[in-house]
Design a protein around this ligand. Structure first.
Ligand code: GDP
Length: 297
């Protein structure tokens, strides 16, 4: 994956050296960990996350068991693989589902993160599983956001509820939810407003929507190309809105994918989906173990 190419290459290089060795000394492990640390920092993984990660791996790798093994290099790669997996959330975290449909999913995020696009992608994903989502256009500030959602809806044959851009977003969400109940939609996805930066008005509006529709999921859409900033954004949204999960977008981009490796550790909230392209079906459920294996190559 483009976002991890640099990291992947570097890690493969480090472990290639270890794998070639019959015996691995404590110094070899330390040297390798020094290189892994640099590779992670260079990939823009949060420095506290890196520190913690390296300590955990070292603790497990510098042990008698590993040193005595016939293939110490492989054992160490395995330790790193497990720690990477655990860092990204251990197991796949599914979408929450309401016992009393519709399941309400509220999308949040900064402008440009890919919120509207992801709303369409998620609808398509649910549709493929025979669900009947309704999309609610509650981003009344970004010019063309409503139109964009309507076009996406048409493309995948999914209804979009809108009251135009003059109505109150809380009211839009409330009426949209009502319509979903009447039309027996089993999922509702609310596209909310973003801003260029986090501001109080926006947060208050999002809190009001949340309070009104009581969502089963509050998903933060995070642009993984924004690096450390992505992690800070996730932290603030989580503090204010109590997220239930994160969607990482633009993992197809060729910048450093460190956000993917930090966001779960920093917020404690699972990455539920990863988006890897602009097309409507470029959304995948996020599996920490698969991602770790992809990174380690
Ligand atoms: P919003 O302001 O958060 O609603 O952002 P949009 O959904 O309008 O997305 C902003 C831009 O990012 C658009 O040009 C999208 O096509 C693009 N985009 C969204 N997700 C992805 C992705 O996973 N990969 C790539 N390459 N582009 C994406």
């Amino acid at each position: 994956m483009a976002a991890f190419e640099g990291l992947s290459n570097r890690l493969q290089n480090v472990f290639g050296k270890l794998k070639g060795k019959g015996k691995v000394s404590e110094n070899d492990v330390k040297e390798a960990m020094r290189e892994v640390r640099l590779a992670l920092l260079e990939a823009d993984v949060n420095f506290k996350v890196v520190k913690d990660f390296i300590n955990k791996v070292k603790e497990k790798a510098i042990g008698q068991e590993v040193m005595k093994s016939f293939t110490p290099g492989m054992v160490i790669i395995d330790i790193v693989n497990k720690e990477l997996t655990s860092l990204m959330g251990e197991t796949h975290s599914k979408l929450n589902k309401s016992n009393k449909p519709p399941t309400v999913i509220m999308m949040a995020g900064l402008q440009g993160a890919g919120k509207t696009t992801t709303t369409g992608k998620l609808a398509k994903y649910l549709q493929k599983q025979n669900h009947k989502p309704l999309l609610i256009a509650a981003d009344i500030y970004r010019p063309a956001a409503i139109k964009q959602l309507q076009i996406l809806g048409e493309q995948i044959d999914t209804p979009v509820f809108s009251l135009g851009d003059k109505a109150n977003p809380v009211e839009i969400a409330k009426q949209g939810l009502q319509q979903a109940k009447e039309n027996h939609n089993d999922y509702v996805i609310i596209d909310t407003a973003g801003r260029l930066h986090i501001d109080e008005d926006l947060m208050n509006e999002l809190k009001d929507i949340k309070e009104t529709v009581k969502p089963d999921e509050v998903l933060l859409v995070v642009d993984s190309m924004t690096g450390q900033d992505a992690v800070n954004v996730a932290e603030s949204f989580n503090q204010q809105l109590e997220l239930t999960g994160v969607v990482l977008t633009k993992l197809d981009g060729d910048t450093r994918g460190g956000a993917a490796l930090s966001v779960k550790a920093v917020t404690g909230k699972p990455i539920k989906f990863a988006a890897m392209g602009e097309k409507i079906d470029a959304l995948e459920p996020f599996y920490p173990d698969r991602m770790a294996s992809r990174i380690l190559g």
